[in-house]
Design a protein around this ligand. Structure first.
Ligand code: ADP
Ligand code: ZN
Length: 291
């Protein structure tokens, strides 16, 4: 049994092949250019193997609605070359095997729930704070998906009284992603994030926004754990500020789990997504055999 995995990001694709124990046999990282060029490289990598299934965790927005005519497509992405690209169709045409299809952050949530920081629980959210902000959730063994998939980065937030930044989301200006993504931090302060490490105010304001988001997710989804990943969360001091701010915002309204256990960094490091994609491949393969 061999599984393929594609963590399809806006800047790079990570592809991996594993055995049935999900031990990675080979992996590569490819730049995300045009669908023709990138997929040619993906095919070249997978063609060497006789795969049983592939799991894909993709940047988006994507169509995850099985009833939709465009299921399996990347839809309205700002990366225009990929807009309306039939990703699952391309893989099916080439390999004709089961293809698991979800968002990059849903795949990471699956990875963390089964093999990472949320093992033993029934639910978790994975939020990435990087070039963009996005969140995925696993609830009782299922992805949180309905008509489409969550877009947890684009929720509205309250501005910090000392922050005049206008926000950079092309759709909403000062939504969460617009004020708290890596590029937003760099735009606001006029410096690269790693040059701001010693400026406490930067991270307190960042935590002020992220804590609001976590309050919203806690009140609406109520997961057992929230895993925070992505480049910006490499600033470990953020965890402390976020927990403190969340406690203040919640104001003892509901009983909260121990915040040191509730808000954590990824147990799988930078591999949550790719491991999640392998798990997804394993799952769709099982589904195919049992149906
Ligand atoms: P992507 O979101 O593109 O997959 P990352 O999760 O690495 O990639 O996010 C990249 C963003 O994270 C950049 O905008 C950068 O500002 C920010 N970033 C990367 N490393 C750090 C760091 N050590 N400290 C703070 N911010 C960082
Ligand atoms: Zn937005």
């Amino acid at each position: 049994m061999k599984y393929g995995a594609i963590e399809a990001g806006g800047t790079k694709f990570v592809c991996a092949v594993s055995n049935e124990k999900l031990e990675i046999l080979e992996r590569i990282s490819l730049p995300t250019t045009t669908p023709d060029e990138t997929m040619k490289n993906v095919f070249e990598f997978f063609d060497k193997y006789d795969l049983d299934a592939i799991g894909v965790g993709s940047f988006g927005p994507i169509d995850v609605n099985k009833k939709s005519k465009t299921y399996g497509y990347i839809t309205t992405t700002p990366k225009l070359a990929w807009a309306n690209y039939n990703f699952v169709g391309a893989l099916k045409d080439r390999y004709n095997i089961p293809i698991g299809w979800t968002t990059d952050v849903n795949a990471a949530a699956l990875g963390e729930l089964k093999k990472g920081a949320a093992v033993g629980l029934q639910s978790c959210i994975y939020l990435t704070v990087g070039t963009g902000i996005g969140g995925g959730a696993m609830i009782n063994g299922q992805f949180l998906e309905g008509y489409g998939h969550p877009e947890m980065g684009h929720i509205l937030i309250r501005m910090h009284p000392n922050d005049q930044f206008k926000g950079i989301c092309p759709y909403h200006k000062n939504c969460l992603e617009g004020v708290a993504s890596g590029p937003a931090i760099e735009d606001r302060w006029g410096k690269k994030a790693y040059e701001l490490v010693d400026n406490e105010e930067v991270w307190k304001i960042e935590a002020f926004y992220l804590a609001q988001a976590l309050m919203t997710y806690t009140l609406t989804i109520n997961p057992e754990r929230i895993v925070l990943g992505g480049g910006v969360m490499k600033q470990r001091q953020l965890f402390h500020y976020i927990r403190k701010e969340l406690e203040k915002l919640m104001n003892n309204y509901v009983t909260m789990p121990d915040l040191d256990e509730y808000i954590v960094s990824p147990g799988l490091g930078d591999n949550s997504g790719i491991i999640g994609c392998l798990l997804l491949a394993q799952e769709v393969n099982k589904d195919e055999i049992t149906c």
